[in-house]
Design a protein around this ligand. Structure first.
Ligand SMILES: [Zn+2]
Length: 388
């Protein structure tokens, strides 16, 4: 049996500071970002603060070590999921340590990782690094990985270029080299209003939406026959429709209807192509024929959020390095979506590795084992040793 250990005091201090920021995605993460930037500045490291398009939130980018290519990005999202409706044993925004665990919203997902990284900076900055370490903090991950693309777009115009990204989602410090993608879409359908006793004069948008949803399910079934990946459970891409609305009264043919849906794709399934196929078939099979009698009928689908799957890399640099640092040959795939696919798409060799378990993420009494934080510190110390 391996001994359970505790992280160093700076990690717990930083974790306490980070948990105290109520950085639920609906609120601004600026206080947390400004705190991290102030810490880095105390250690002589200038952080780049990159505001979101609306200026309400921000990402952070910092470099420790020489300005050369081939650096390692340590990336975490600063936002957390809400606590509404959850019953907590202690204040979710106040770090509470009991039974060898650190409790609080975001301890596992993923402020534990960020605390370890920030604490490590105080050592990294004194090391004669030959390759740099970069810190990336993003926003709005929990609402569809919306923030990372802005950071990555900015990064694509920067020199030097990092080579590797470690995304610190909770993996119990295992190496995760694949995750599913998520694409969220909203479809709006316009019908023609009429009194429901005179149904021949109009067409119900809600009825059309029902047929459109059935079409989505047919496309999901077709996909499941052509693309499978047994590393995932479920081993296929899924499409689910989870919000719907429309109409004004039960005796009026609905003039308008909408539904929101997501595609959870496996590597190799292009979610954009699925949306295009749906839009084309909706037009050909349902909307187009209806329009012959009711010219005003139409449908629009727009993409709200989009994060591609993380695919295992052939001879991936990130995977090889993480396996070496953790002395393991094992890799896993995870069903949830994360920012790793976006970093990979931006050209970085990418894996997920971080302290704590996804089992605890998003739940009441979220926690990270203290031993996990200690193991993350070890991982970062070994990483530093490979960079000097
Ligand atoms: Zn997360």
């Amino acid at each position: 049996m391996s001994m359970s250990r505790r992280p160093t005091p700076p990690v717990l201090d930083l974790l306490g500071d980070l948990i105290a920021f109520d950085s639920v995605s609906i609120r601004s993460n600026r206080p947390l970002i400004d705190f991290a930037a102030a810490r880095l500045s105390e250690w002589g490291i200038a952080a780049e603060i990159l505001p979101s398009p609306d200026g309400e939130k921000a990402s952070l980018w910092a470099t420790i070590g020489p300005p050369v290519d081939g650096g390692i990005v340590l990336s975490g999202h600063s936002d957390v999921v809400p606590v509404d409706g959850q019953t907590w044993s202690s204040d979710p925004f106040k770090l509470n340590i009991r039974n060898g665990r650190a409790y609080g919203r975001g301890t596992a997902d993923m402020k534990g990782f960020i605390a370890c990284v920030l604490a490590a900076v105080s050592t990294f900055r004194h090391a004669p690094l030959k390759r740099p370490v970069h810190i990336a903090l993003t926003y709005d991950e929990e609402v569809g990985c919306i923030g990372a693309p802005h950071l990555l777009d900015w990064l694509s115009r920067q020199r030097p270029r990092p080579a590797i990204a470690f995304i610190g989602e909770p993996t119990s410090m295992g190496v995760v080299n694949a995750h599913k993608g998520i694409l969220v879409a909203r479809s709006e359908i316009t019908g023609v209003e009429a009194h429901s006793s005179l149904a021949h004069l109009g067409v119900s948008a809600v009825g059309l939406a029902g047929r459109a949803i059935a079409l989505l399910h047919a496309i999901e079934t077709e996909l499941s026959l052509t693309a499978r990946d047994d590393r995932f459970e479920p081993a296929r891409a899924t499409i689910s429709v989870n919000r719907v609305g429309g109409g004004t009264a039960v005796n009026i043919l609905a003039g308008h209807a909408w539904f929101e849906w997501d595609i959870r794709s496996i590597p190799g399934v292009d979610a954009h192509a699925v949306v295009d196929r749906f839009a084309a078939r909706l037009e050909d099979e349902i909307i187009g024929p209806t329009r012959q009698n009711h010219p005003a009928v139409h449908a629009v689908t727009r993409i709200i959020a989009d994060a591609p799957a993380l695919a295992p890399e052939n001879d991936g640099e990130a995977e090889a390095l993480a396996k070496r640092l953790l002395a393991t040959n094992e890799t896993r795939a995870v069903p949830y979506a994360a920012e790793a696919g976006q970093f990979q798409q931006a050209g970085l060799s990418t894996i997920i590795v971080g302290p704590g378990s996804i089992e605890q993420a998003h739940k009441a009494d979220e926690f990270v084992d203290l031993d996990q934080l200690a193991r993350c510190e070890d991982f970062l110390a070994r990483l530093m040793a490979t960079l000097v």
